[in-house]
Structure formats: C-alpha cells, structure tokens
Design a protein. Structure first.
Length: 289
C-alpha cells in the first residue's frame, strides 16, 4: 500500500528565515570551498559576464552574492573605474565577500545586506545586474526580477546562472532525491523555490520576459563538479549546501548520517581513475531593460 505524503502549505517568510540562518552557519565552509567554486563555476561566470556585456567602468549589482567569488571576477573586469555592489541576505557570508575583495586588493567592491526580493538600491543606477545560482531560491522570483529591473539603467542587462534539469545535474539531484525519500518529503509545489525551479527548457528565459525584459536569450553550459573522490564532493555538499540541510531538518542525527552514507554510495558511480566528475549543467540567460 502506497502512502501519499501531503504537501504542507509553503511559508515564504519561514523559508527565508531558515535560509538566512543556514547561510549564517554555512558561511565559513562556503568560503573555505572557494577554490572548488572558482574551478567549478568560474567558466560559466565568465560567460555570464560576457553575455551581460560588462566592461571597464561599469557599475554592477550582484544579487545573492554569497562569499563573493563571482563578485571578484566582476570587479576585476570592471576595473578601478567601475564598481560592484555585492548583496546577500546573510551578513556572515557577505562579510567574507568584503574580506575577499580587500585581500585581493579590489577597492571597487561594496557590500550591503539585502533580501533579494527587497533591493533597496538607487533606481537606474547599474549597467548590469547578475545573480549566480541565487534566483532559484527566491520564493517570489518575479518580485526579485522587478527589483533588479528597477535597479538597471535603460538598456542595462540582467544575467543569471541557474541549474538546468534534475536529470542533467545528478551531483545535486541524487542527494535531493535520497533525502526526500528518507525524510518522507513530498515533491515541491509548482512555483516553489529550489535548485531546479528554473531549470526546465525555456523557464529562465520566460521568467525574464514575464518581468518585462527584452532581447532575452540563453546558453546551456556543461559545468561538471570535479573533486578527487566522491567522498570529497559529499563533504562539500554536506558542509555548504543549505538546501540539503533544510530538507534534512526533519531527520534525527542517525537518520541524517544514514542519508549522507547513501548519497556517497550513489555518487560513487561518477568516480573513476581520474577522480570524481559529478554531472552538472547550467543555464545562463540575459535580458535587456
């Protein structure tokens, strides 16, 4: 007999509170994994910056900036005459972005703690707005996009990176499916935030068009996660993937550890003589105000 698990009503306020708390806790770990993040997401980030036509002297708003790896890439591109404002809901993780910019000798980076759906920035002040793997976690993505559009100058560009489908991101979707089964979690509701909420064909582009952006186009980029072993990838996800910790919250410690053991076993299928290569695919889209 199959038991149907009823979905609880989604509470966006509680969700954001929990997300903030988890990034407050995971900030140090996420920052410590910076070299892996640069190797994994750096190439897709350069493509995003190209598509956004970011040039020396530009002012750029980075939404859900985290520890600021892509902020630093952007700051290097805009040069001393440009500026980058990095924003995030978590003060702890944004403090790392500020420190990383300072340590890199980049004096053109500012930080501001902001909810991505409540972008309190000057209207029409930015040449470009970017968001790397952030938009997918906003409960009201259209509200976030409206704020980004307001921040842009006429003719300014928005560019974002999101995961594509669960099928093409097994380094992440396998852990999600294992945890969902073990924690008896229902499938996500339509429109609910999550790693693959904008990953379907044309979904990110359609969200840009719905928000009023024009000349929208996208690219799909292979972005495999490469580590020495599957165990190292699991450690990366265990230490720093807030979405997984949210899903695990209903399990006791023994249940959580059992889930992680199963995840490592399943991800072992992607480990070979050359190391671990977890399947990952990103969608990069751009639109013009």
């Amino acid at each position: 007999m199959t038991t149907t698990i009823a979905a609880k009503p989604f509470d966006p306020v509680k969700y954001k509170e929990t997300t903030r708390e988890q990034w407050q806790s995971a900030a140090q770990a996420w920052n410590d994994w910076g070299p892996l993040l640069r190797a994994w997401l750096g190439p897709a980030t350069e493509i995003m910056l190209d598509m956004a036509a970011i040039e020396p002297g530009h002012r750029v708003l980075d939404v859900a900036a985290g520890a600021g790896d892509q902020t630093l890439q952007t700051a290097t591109r805009v040069g001393p005459a440009g500026r980058v404002l990095a924003t995030d809901i978590s003060p702890n993780i944004l403090a790392f972005a500020e420190a990383n910019a300072r340590n890199a000798g980049l004096g053109n980076v500012e930080t501001k703690v902001l909810d991505g759906e409540e972008l309190d920035v000057p209207e029409g002040a930015f040449d470009a707005v970017i968001s790397r793997v952030g938009l997918i976690y906003f409960p009201d993505q259209q509200k976030a996009l409206a704020g980004m559009k307001r921040a842009l100058k006429p003719g300014g560009r928005i560019a974002a990176i999101v995961y594509s489908t669960a099928e093409n991101n097994k380094f992440f979707s396998i852990p999600v499916s294992i945890i969902r089964r073990r924690a008896n979690l229902p499938p996500p509701l339509p429109g609910q935030p999550g790693p693959f909420s904008l990953g379907g064909p044309g979904m990110l582009e359609e969200s840009f068009r719905k928000a009023g952006f024009r000349d929208v186009h996208s690219r799909t980029i292979p972005a495999p996660v490469r580590t020495k072993t599957a165990a190292e990838c699991v450690r990366f996800e265990k230490e720093s993937f807030g979405a997984l910790h949210q899903m695990l919250a209903g399990l006791d410690e023994a249940g959580r550890e059992a889930a992680w053991r199963e995840i490592e076993q399943e991800l072992g299928a992607f480990e070979g003589k050359a190391g671990f290569e977890g399947p990952c695919e990103m969608v990069v889209a751009v639109g013009v105000k």
